[in-house]
Design a binder for this molecule. Structure first.
Ligand SMILES: *Cc1c(COP(=O)(O)O)cnc(C)c1O
Length: 377
C-alpha cells in the first residue's frame, strides 16, 4: 500500500459512495487510461471499464466479441485457468494453442494452422482468440494480430499479469480488440480484488458497462433485452486502486530490478536459464521472475526438488502454470500442441518477486540455486 488508499476510501465513506459506481471508479478509470496510453498517441482512443475481477473482464470481452453457446475460442494453453474458464461460461469450447519458446506465449504460426484446421473440421471460424502475456512477458502481438486480422477474428488479450509491460513500445492490453487487466491481491497492483476491460472506443465502453450492470435498457422501469452481469467495480475497491496508481511505477521498477539481479547472478550457472526479454521488442514488467532448469546439466535436478529445498529455508517458490491442455477439467477440449508448454511445466520455477523481496534475498536465493545446480545440496 502507498498510504494514499485510506484517504480515497475515507472520502467514499464521507460522501456515502459505498456502491459499485462513484468518483473513485471514474478517477481510477481515468488514471488507468492515462497509464495505458502514456507517451503513445496511437493508443489515445482506448477506454477503461473497471470491473470486479480480471476473470469478469475476460468474460465481458468474450460477450462483446459475440461468443455464444456452441462457438469455439482459441486460447493459449500455457496460462492460469482464469484465461479459459470464461469461454465455458458462454457455453463455448476452448481450443488450446501451445507456446513459442521465446516469450512462452501463444505461437502465432501454430495459431494460424490451428484456425485453418478448425475451419476445415467444423466448417466455422473460431469466434475469438485469447493470447496471454504470461508472467508479464509480452506475447508476439504483432504476429498474433496479423493472424487475427487475416481470419477476421476478434482478440481478447489477457494482460492480467502484464500491467506496465510493453511490446514494440505499446502497452500490453492495448493490442487486442479488448484487453483484460487484473488487480487481484497478487498482481502488480491490487484493489483487493478487481479488474478492468480495455475497450477500443467510447461506444464499446458503454456496451461493456451496460453488460456489467445487468444489461438494463434505458426505460423508466426495469426493461431487459439481454442477459447481463453484476461485474462493476465497487467505489471502495476503486479507492484502493487510485492509491495504488501512485506507486505503480515504483512497483514495476522494483520487479524489473529484481529480475535484472536474478539474471546477472544466474548468468554463469550451468543448466539454469533466466527467462528474460527475448529481444528489444519486449519490455516485460517481470511480474514474476522465472527460470528453467536443464536436468541434463544439473544431475537431474527437478523444479520440485528446488521448490522443496527453498521451502525448508522458508522461501516460497512455485512451479510454472500447468498447461490447460493437461488439465483434467479440459481433457475433452481440442488442443494444438508442440511440446513447449509441457516441457516448460516440467522444467520451470517461479522465484520470489514481490514488493518485500530485497536484493539480499535475491543474492541468497541465487546462491542456493548455484549450489543446487552444481549438485552441492
Ligand atoms: C490473475 C489472472 C487472471 C484473472 O484475474 P482475477 O482478477 O484473479 O480474476 C486471468 N488471467 C491470468 C493469466 C491471470 O494471472
Amino acid at each position: 500500500m502507498s498510504g494514499n488508499e485510506q484517504r480515497y476510501i475515507d472520502e467514499a465513506f464521507a460522501d456515502n459512495w459505498v456502491v459499485p459506481l462513484g468518483p473513485n471508479v471514474d478517477a481510477f478509470e481515468k488514471d488507468l487510461q492515462a497509464f495505458m496510453s502514456k507517451d503513445d498517441p496511437s493508443r489515445s482512443h482506448i477506454r477503461i471499464a473497471a470491473v470486479s475481477s480480471g476473470t469478469a473482464a475476460i468474460h465481458l470481452g468474450l460477450v462483446l466479441a459475440g461468443v455464444r453457446a456452441g462457438d469455439e475460442v482459441m486460447c493459449q494453453s500455457f496460462t492460469f485457468a482464469a484465461s479459459a474458464n470464461p469461454v465455458t461460461y458462454q457455453g463455448a469450447t476452448p481450443v488450446f494453442v501451445d507456446s513459442e519458446p521465446q516469450s512462452w506465449n501463444m505461437d502465432p504460426e501454430l495459431l494460424d494452422t490451428a484456425i485453418a484446421d478448425r475451419v476445415a473440421k467444423t466448417g466455422r471460424k473460431p469466434r475469438a482468440i485469447i493470447p496471454v502475456h504470461l508472467y508479464g512477458m509480452p506475447a508476439k502481438m504483432a504476429e498474433i494480430m496479423e493472424v487475427a486480422r487475416r481470419w477476421d477474428i476478434p482478440v481478447v488479450e489477457d494482460a492480467a499479469e502484464a500491467l506496465g509491460s510493453r511490446y514494440k513500445g505499446h502497452a500490453c492490453g492495448t493490442f487486442g480488440t479488448y484487453g483484460a487487466l487484473s488487480f487481484n491481491g497478487n498482481k502488480m497492483i491490487t484493489t483487493s480484488g478487481g479488474g478492468a476491460l480495455v475497450c477500443p472506443d467510447d461506444e464499446s465502453l458503454a456496451r461493456a458497462v451496460f453488460f456489467a450492470t445487468q444489461a438494463r435498457e434505458a426505460f423508466p422501469y426495469y426493461q431487459h433485452e439481454h442477459i447481463g452481469y453484476n461485474y462493476r467495480m465497487s467505489n471502495i475497491c476503486a479507492g484502493i486502486g487510485r492509491g495504488q496508481m501512485t506507486v505503480l511505477d515504483d512497483h514495476i521498477a522494483h520487479h524489473r530490478k529484481l529480475a535484472a539481479l536474478y539474471a546477472t547472478l544466474l548468468s554463469d550457472v550451468d543448466g539454469i536459464e533466466f527467462h528474460g526479454n527475448p529481444d528489444n521488442s519486449s519490455d516485460a514488467n517481470f511480474w514474476l521472475s522465472t527460470i528453467t532448469i536443464n536436468p541434463e546439466l544439473t544431475g537431474g535436478l527437478t523444479p520440485d526438488r528446488m521448490r522443496l529445498h527453498f521451502e525448508s529455508l522458508n522461501v516460497e517458490t512455485r512451479l510454472l502454470w500447468k498447461p490447460m491442455h493437461m488439465q483434467p477439467v479440459f481433457k475433452d477440449a481440442p488442443a494444438y500442441t508442440n511440446g513447449i508448454s509441457s516441457r516448460l511445466f516440467s522444467r520451470g520455477l517461479c522465484l520470489p518477486s514481490g514488493p518485500w523481496v530485497t536484493a539480499e534475498d535475491v543474492e541468497m536465493i541465487a546462491g542456493e540455486i548455484r549450489k543446487l545446480a552444481a549438485g552441492k545440496l
